[in-house]
Design a protein around this ligand. Structure first.
Ligand SMILES: Nc1ncnc2c1ncn2[C@@H]1O[C@H](COP(=O)(O)OP(=O)(O)OP(=O)(O)O)[C@@H](O)[C@H]1O
Length: 453
């Protein structure tokens, strides 16, 4: 007969064994991650060997192109580019790397641009799109991003169009005619990646445009969506590899704010641009001030502190975002902030598209001070004057944290990023299970200023 003592002893044994198994799983997952990383590097190297046909390594190729070619020198299009920059875009001078990127594209090279959010990536492909003859194709992942860009360009008098589900029949006809026959004024055409992967009709018109020598460049925005290692992987981005295969002489420009090596290799491999010129601008955002605050285990106290911070530091309804871990937490925190007199609402993936869009619009138009969101409140958020991003809970990775907190201060003005941290939040984020929170804090501290309040 089994006694209570026996049962207790067996339970202890099982618990020890479970801990053991967990350690092994952790070890194996870390090993798997490293192997994937190396696999991706090797695939990229092999691709580069094949492309160069010389046996030189990709790194040699990459560094050769970056070091030996001087993209900051004088080029025949300099004065025309300056004229377009100043008189069409109204931009008095270039920011870091913009001139060099434009020169590389104008020279017909494939280019990979890594530049922080708000750094000015759009000008890098829009300006060459105007200077080069023909139509520039831009692939962007979100309808809202596309609409913003087309609206902005149209306001500047640049003939830009989009071909999406919202395009009128009349505009569609105009676009197809422009692609096929070169009729009408079309300089920049925005599409989502689904157009490339799913519309045979569109691809056939694009081919005609290319055959007539009228496809001037291909720009791929948010290029990290190609990579499974990125934070926003989009399966349709995989089909973009066809572009370089089909239009090999047209320069491809891939742009992203994501800087990890693994993602960079993946993007270059997926888009088949192993010999691209790579431009990495600083990811440091000197106008962002990072703070880590210790988080109380009592939910109400945390919301009290968040509300107090917002009301004291931003009494004039300056815009902000509060990131939470779960949908339920989002709704609760938004309601509690409202109870404390802050105009807040929530945003998460469980809401229908219209409700989400409504909240986003109210916030964009400053009718709402704070959006309390999950990770779903992500790409396409380009409000320039977000003064604070508060993390009620830890993000799922360092990269996600960088993206989320980076939504603050796109206008370059001082802005705050506050992380509420307590060790008990760590196990809720699967990825962080295997990353020491200390590593994350040290990492943030190295990259930015930590003001311990
Ligand atoms: N050289 C410049 N001087 C001044 N302003 C600039 C310059 N280049 C771009 N800008 C402005 O900076 C702002 C951000 O540019 P843009 O939208 O291209 O950023 P981005 O890098 O695409 O950011 P995100 O990744 O968040 O979309 C825009 O208002 C743009 O007009």
């Amino acid at each position: 007969m089994e006694t209570e003592g026996d049962a207790l002893e067996e339970l202890l044994k099982i618990e020890t064994e479970i801990e053991d198994v967990q350690d092994q799983i952790k070890f194996l997952l870390e090993r798997q991650e490293k192997l994937h990383e190396r696999q991706s590097e090797l695939k990229f190297l092999l691709e580069a060997y094949k492309a160069s046909g010389t046996g030189n390594s990709a790194n040699e190729n990459a560094s050769r192109s970056s070091s030996l070619e001087d993209w900051s020198g004088s080029f025949e299009w300099d004065s025309q580019a300056d004229d377009v920059r100043l008189n069409i875009f109204g931009i008095p001078s270039y920011r870091q790397n913009q001139k060099e990127i434009i020169n590389a594209i104008m020279s017909g090279r494939d280019v990979l641009v890594i530049m922080a959010a708000g750094g000015g990536k759009s000008l890098c492909y829009q300006l060459p799109a105007i200077l080069r003859d023909g139509v520039a194709l831009v692939i962007s992942p979100l309808l809202s991003l596309i609409q913003d860009q087309v609206m902005g360009l149209t306001a500047l008098g640049i003939p830009a169009y989009m071909l999406t589900s919202t395009t009128s029949k009349e505009n569609e006809k105009f676009i197809y005619k422009a692609l096929e026959k070169g009729e009408g004024e079309l300089k920049i055409l925005y599409v989502t990646p689904e157009k490339i992967s799913k519309s045979k009709r569109f691809m056939s018109k694009l081919e005609k445009c290319h055959n007539a020598g009228r496809l001037s460049l291909i720009s791929i925005d948010e290029a990290h969506c190609c990579s499974q290692w990125g934070h926003d992987f989009r399966p349709d981005y995989k089909s973009l590899s066809i572009l370089k295969t089909q239009f090999s002489n047209v320069p491809v420009v891939a742009l992203t704010a994501t800087a990890t090596q693994k993602v960079q290799y993946d993007v270059m491999e997926m888009l088949r641009i192993p010999k691209c010129v790579k431009f990495v601008s600083t990811v440091n955002r000197p106008n962002l001030f990072y703070t880590v605050r210790s988080k109380s285990s009592i939910g109400k106290v945390v919301v009290d502190e968040i509300a107090e911070f917002i009301q004291e530091s931003y009494p004039n309804s300056e815009s902000g975002i509060v990131y939470c871990f779960s949908r339920k937490e989002c709704e609760q925190v938004a309601a509690e902030l409202r109870e404390r007199g802050i105009a807040a609402d929530y945003y998460h993936a469980d809401m229908d598209v219209n409700a989400r869009e409504k909240v986003h619009m109210r916030w964009s138009k400053n009718k709402l001070q704070v959006i309390v969101g999950t990770v779903a409140f992500g790409m396409g958020i380009n409000k320039p004057d977000v003064r604070f991003v508060i993390h009620h809970s830890l993000s799922k990775s360092m990269e996600t944290y960088y993206q989320e907190s980076g939504r603050a201060g796109r206008d370059g003005l001082p802005s705050e990023c506050v992380l509420f941290y307590r060790p008990a939040d760590v196990p809720r984020q699967v990825v962080f299970l295997f990353i020491s929170p200390l590593t994350m804090l040290i990492s943030i501290a190295f990259q930015h200023t930590i003001l311990q309040k």
